[in-house]
Design a protein around this ligand. Structure first.
Ligand code: SF4
Length: 288
């Protein structure tokens, strides 16, 4: 397979065939994100993608899911997406589900009809990074979106009948803004009504704007117990039905459950960890 640079995929796509159709992220300006810093955004040519599909059709016959990388594959022009989805269907008829990362901008770039056509051709799951429901934080981290534009993008995906997974980032608002970040994020998630919510915990990377601010002493990372308090407030303010995952390698306390059914259990688990009755993931074992 033709892979340019480091390939990043959601944890739930661990067993998927990773088909890299774009290189990098078309936005690439979020201050905390180092994922695609070394990559200039580009769209891979048809011949390269076709060769990868051909390879996968021969050697990946036991994998039933495809993940289209990189950071924002939904930004591809609609005819290019149609071509890729048709090739996957034709050459790998055993594939049951295709997923990709979609920014709010790339979601907006497709009409409801276009999203429905992609769903018919196999698109099942869209991963969207909200990061925060606070407009102040979204602006500070240069996300290029507002809470309202994120809610609209989510509704667009849900109306097309697609599965929506939304990622949020604990720690983005330092300690001073932590509670407000958690409350606003919980409220916005409740309006987005995603099928799945993934809470990650900030790890500051040297190659990012945030990393540079941190080394100048201009950004304070909340410590583990402050992150737990933020997580607790976030869970308290989520008022929608969704699968909740805070079991990413960056998290101090692995949690997974169904909201609202498991809300009390999750809050009790956080309380146990806060009181020291449950061990946290050691700093050295956290990863992105
Ligand atoms: S967080 Fe997402 S949108 Fe922002 S730069 Fe990274 S990949 Fe691009």
């Amino acid at each position: 397979m033709d892979y340019v640079g480091q390939i990043i995929r959601p944890p739930s796509e661990a067993n998927s065939i990773i088909l890299q159709v774009t290189v990098g992220c078309s936005h690439n300006k979020c201050t905390f994100c180092g994922a695609y810093k070394e990559k200039r955004f580009s769209i891979k040519d048809d011949a390269t993608v076709d060769a990868d599909i051909q390879f996968a059709s021969q050697y990946c016959r036991k994998q039933h899911k495809v993940f289209l990388a990189d950071g924002d594959a939904l930004i591809l022009p609609f005819p290019r997406l149609i071509r890729i989805f048709k090739r996957i269907k034709q050459d790998m008829p055993w594939v049951r589900r295709v997923s990709l990362y979609g920014s709010a901008r790339s979601i907006r770039s497709k009409t409801s009809e276009q999203l429905s056509v992609l769903k018919e051709l196999g698109l099942d799951r869209v991963y969207l990074g909200l990061e925060s429901g606070s407009d102040t934080i979204l602006s500070k981290v240069n996300k290029g979106e507002t809470a309202q534009s994120m809610i609209q993008a989510a509704q667009h995906i849900k109306q097309a009948g697609l599965f929506l997974s939304v990622t949020v980032l604990l720690g983005l608002a330092e300690v001073a803004g932590s509670e407000n970040h958690a409350i606003e994020t919980g409220k916005v998630l409740s309006k987005m009504m995603p099928n799945q919510i993934a809470a990650l915990t900030l790890m500051v990377l040297e190659n990012t704007e945030l990393g540079k601010a941190y080394s100048r002493g201009e950004f304070q990372i909340p410590h583990a117990y402050e992150m737990l308090s933020e997580l607790k407030v976030l869970v308290e303010h989520i008022d929608t039905s969704a699968q909740f995952h805070a079991n990413h390698a960056s998290n101090y306390l692995p949690i997974m459950g169904r909201l609202p059914r498991d809300k009390e259990k999750i809050l009790a688990l956080i309380h146990e960890a806060q009181s020291g009755a449950r061990q946290l993931v050691p700093e050295g074992l956290r990863r992105l």
